[in-house]
Design a protein around this ligand. Structure first.
Ligand code: PA5
Length: 446
């Protein structure tokens, strides 16, 4: 069980003794994380979360999921960034990208809102919801983040109009800070059921907390298996020896490659249901490492689709890239390609083969072509898209990122840069207290 990390595709770019030279730094980074002595050590609750989670709350999550399944045809999940991406990645990874369009008796459709400020998207969701019964999961640690706060205003009003204040109370679940913040105060006043985002886990590390777990439970995902996967990964990667720890070796590989000018990492998949996983990875890696004028720029690609768009660049453009492929060995349900007597497309040579087999050859061919083109390639293989592997892979990427961040000398757990745009936006919207900034900005926009 678990995953395989294959580093054959970086051998042309990294000599074995480079890992040997890097090993002491990796050990130091690893010790810093496990001893809690490193930068940002207030935010490392995710390290032991797979075994240290609140068991009473975990059972409440399952019960809330059951209640939502019983009384709702739709669950509207409201959140952005770390309060959005992980949960959505989990749903797609495990249930598939077409979950809402497939038959899934006994579990609600899941709509995500509050992750943009688009009135068109919000209106479309309200239209899709129609007069169906729904519940809401508002996820916001602060409770004041603009995008989800606006969406919550709207859906709370819709729920109160449809079910009355008391009825709505039974359908609104809030995932927020334990004791502080605007949302927590509102929940206390209105009597909504709440789940906690603890202080020691930052948004982008929160997928295995109620942030991700409640919607998973509502969708009928076995959250015990998700946590089991994460717990096994925690155990498997709990040593400081780079020769025995694939997670540390992957972190070291990233930093060795970055030192050689490979400063863009493409996380590639060959399975559309991993698209949102790529989005989750981008936030986790970009917010954690992109600071102090440093960092590996994380992008994601969905192959073979994107081989028809950015494939040319990867093969032949600027050589500052490396690739990490997240490969899923087995399809949940395979299709056998049939013989066509006319063979107009000339593809009868794949007749009798499965689509997954063809996908695997597209992957193998691309892998070799990219290496030949100068793109070092790491391959992370999981057997299938299921609960266990989701938890396992999430933990692998979180831990690798923390080590990689410490290796590059940054605090991987803060995100000072994300405030800059918000301050400008609030000033331009006329938020009280921002008057001077508003004047300065408006003069620059003239
Ligand atoms: O990782 C982060 O801290 C951010 O992406 C936040 O999760 C995001 O801004 C949402 O914040 P909040 O949960 O306070 O609404």
């Amino acid at each position: 069980m678990g995953i395989k990390v294959n580093l054959e595709g970086v051998k042309n770019f990294i000599a074995d003794d480079e890992y040997t030279k890097f090993a002491p730094f990796v050990k130091t980074a690893s010790d810093l994380l496990s001893s809690g002595q490193g930068a940002g050590n207030d935010f490392i609750g995710w390290v032991d979360l797979p075994v240290n989670y609140d068991k009473e709350e975990f059972e409440r999550i399952k019960k809330a999921g059951e209640k939502i399944r019983k009384n709702s045809e739709v669950l509207v999940v409201i959140g952005i960034g770390g309060s959005y991406l992980g949960g959505r990645a989990a749903l797609d990874f495990i249930k598939g990208i077409n979950y809402n369009n497939k038959k899934h008796e006994g579990t609600p459709d899941i709509y995500f809102v509050g992750n943009s400020i688009s009135s068109d998207c919000l209106n479309d969701t309200i239209e899709m919801l129609g007069d169906r019964d729904f519940s809401i999961n508002i996820i916001s640690k602060s409770g004041t983040t603009t995008e989800p706060a606006i969406a919550f205003r709207i859906f709370k009003q819709l729920a109160e109009k449809k079910y009355g204040k008391d009825g709505a109370k039974e359908r609104i679940f809030a995932t927020t800070d334990r004791s502080r913040g605007a949302l927590k105060s509102l929940c206390d006043r209105e009597g909504y059921e709440t789940f906690v985002i603890t202080d020691d886990i930052g948004g982008r590390f929160s997928v295995l907390t109620p942030v991700g777990l409640l919607l998973m439970a509502a969708a009928g995902i076995d959250i015990d298996k998700v946590m089991q996967g994460a717990a096994d990964a925690r155990k498997d990667y709990d040593n400081t020896d780079i020769d025995k720890n694939d997670c540390l070796r992957y972190a070291a590989t990233r930093q060795i490659l970055a030192k050689k000018g490979k400063v863009t990492e493409i996380l590639a998949n060959y399975e559309p249901s991993l698209t949102m996983f790529g989005e989750w990875y981008k936030q986790l890696y970009a917010e954690s490492e992109g600071k102090d004028q440093k960092g590996i720029f994380p992008v994601s690609a969905n192959f073979s689709t994107d081989l028809h768009s950015i494939g040319q660049f990867i093969q032949d453009g600027s050589r500052n890239l490396f690739e990490t492929v997240l490969w899923i060995e087995k399809a949940q349900k395979d299709i056998i390609i049939q013989e066509d007597p006319e063979n107009v497309d000339g593809l009868n040579f794949v007749a009798g083969k499965t689509m997954q087999f063809v996908n695997s050859k597209a992957f193998a061919g691309t892998y070799l072509a990219h290496i030949d083109g100068g793109v070092p390639t790491v391959v992370i293989e999981a057997e299938k898209r299921d609960e266990y592997n989701f938890g396992y892979i999430v933990y692998f990427f979180e831990k690798a990122l923390a080590i990689s961040g410490y290796l590059s000398g940054v605090n991987p757990f803060d995100q000072p840069g994300v405030e800059a745009y918000k301050k400008n936006m609030f000033a331009l919207l006329g938020k009280p207290g921002y008057e001077d900034r508003k004047e300065q900005l408006e003069s620059r926009l003239k």
